[in-house]
Design a protein around this ligand. Structure first.
Ligand SMILES: NC(=O)c1ccc[n+]([C@@H]2O[C@H](COP(=O)([O-])OP(=O)(O)OC[C@H]3O[C@@H](n4cnc5c(N)ncnc54)[C@H](O)[C@@H]3O)[C@@H](O)[C@H]2O)c1
Length: 349
């Protein structure tokens, strides 16, 4: 029996393999637009038509790619009943979802995420968008997909680095979960996870999505200070990514490091228990994340500038997600002296 559940009017369906996936795609008939990028276009043969092949990567998460999708939809005289199908990572999913949300004031939308990150995060929750004016996801809409199809078989071709990116979000979800299921699945199946055992990935993705669903269903448009919990580690991590010009740290590694900084901040403020912090440290190190890295003191000025660019900031104050313990978060403004303390190497004198 295939796993499935509903989240914000989205049907999430798990399929076992490529065969089942192509049967599912065939069941859509001919009224669709299939959106892929240069890499994921090679994963489906023959490529369903009509289709749009986008350039791959964050650099192409821009308005030109949106125009490319919309132009193809208009040229083929597609309608509001047309299903926009995204087959790709978070970039393809976010772009297709945005295009679908504005085409004839909203067409149908199916997401088939093909990276671990897009399966456990980008496909669910209705956030769509593209980068604009050097700001990530500056333009976007809330437009939950009608359907999300998860086919862990697609993960076999993913690079180790992209796989680790997604794993960081899974670990983050384990900390935010009210129960131990995801945490235990992680610690009991490390080898199988790295070997990309399909059954284990199936379970891991399903449990991870349950955690995300728990937050977004209570706060669909991020207006109630609940959904923000999913930003755990992201504020510290994103500033590290921009500070290092997106070269030294992958997104997942930066988020994992950010979780480490949030945990340490919580301990220093007496919010996080040292026992919990110890367990989190062990979990991230077990999955080979550099949890305790420190910046040189000379890097502070630029790191601080990057932090202040954070979208979640309110005037000069930045809201950080901190954890009291598993599944128990608080949003807290943190003093810059304390941030400095958890981010930088200790002074030698
Ligand atoms: N909407 C949301 O709620 C949400 C949440 C998290 C992240 N995001 C967005 O997701 C994006 C990042 O997504 P991503 O990490 O998937 O990046 P991505 O879409 O750029 O994919 C990473 C790389 O992997 C390739 N790829 C995809 N699937 C593959 C496969 N199965 N085998 C081999 N290669 C494959 C892609 O072509 C690309 O080169 C960011 O733009 C971020 O803003 C959105």
């Amino acid at each position: 029996m295939n796993k499935s559940f509903t989240s914000l009017n989205t049907n999430v369906i798990f399929v076992d393999n490529y065969n089942q996936l192509s049967q599912k795609i065939s069941s859509y008939g001919s009224n669709f637009l299939f959106v892929v990028d240069e890499n994921t276009s090679k994963m489906v043969r023959p490529l369903p038509e009509p289709n749009v092949i986008l350039k791959s990567g964050e650099n192409y998460k821009n308005f030109r790619s949106i125009v490319k999708i919309l132009k193809q939809a208009a040229d083929h005289h597609l309608s509001r009943e047309t299903i926009f199908i995204a087959f790709g990572g978070g970039v393809v999913c976010d772009l297709t979802a945005f295009a679908s949300s504005v085409f004839m004031r909203g067409a149908k939308l199916t997401l088939i995420p093909t990276t671990l990150l897009s399966m456990v995060d980008a496909s669910l929750g209705g956030k769509t968008g593209f980068d604009f004016n050097d700001s990530k996801n500056l333009i976007g809409s809330f437009y939950p997909a009608d359907e999300v199809i998860i086919c862990p078989d697609t993960l076999i071709s993913l690079s180790d680095q992209e796989f680790k990116n997604g794993l960081a979000e899974v670990l983050k979800h384990a900390l935010l979960s009210k129960d131990d299921k995801l945490y235990l699945t992680l610690v009991n199946n490390k080898e199988k996870i790295f070997q990309r055992d399909i059954e284990t990935l199936n379970e891991l993705i399903y449990l991870s999505l349950q955690v995300k669903n728990d937050f977004i269903s209570k706060d669909p448009k991020e207006t109630k200070n609940i959904r923000q919990a999913l930003n755990l580690g992201h504020t510290f991590g994103h500033a590290l990514e921009t500070h290092t010009h997106f070269s030294a740290w992958s997104h997942g590694e930066a988020v994992a490091w950010g979780v480490g900084r949030a945990i340490e901040t919580g301990v220093k403020l007496g919010i996080t228990t040292p026992e919990f912090a110890y367990g989190v440290n062990k979990l991230f190190r077990y999955f080979n994340f550099d949890f305790n890295y420190r910046l040189d003191r000379s890097e502070w000025q630029d790191y601080q500038i990057q932090l202040l660019k954070d979208k979640k900031r309110n005037n000069q104050l930045i809201n950080f997600v901190l954890l009291k313990g598993q599944g128990d978060f608080v949003l807290q403004n943190v003093d810059f002296e304390l941030i400095k303390d958890v981010v930088l190497k200790k002074a030698l004198y």
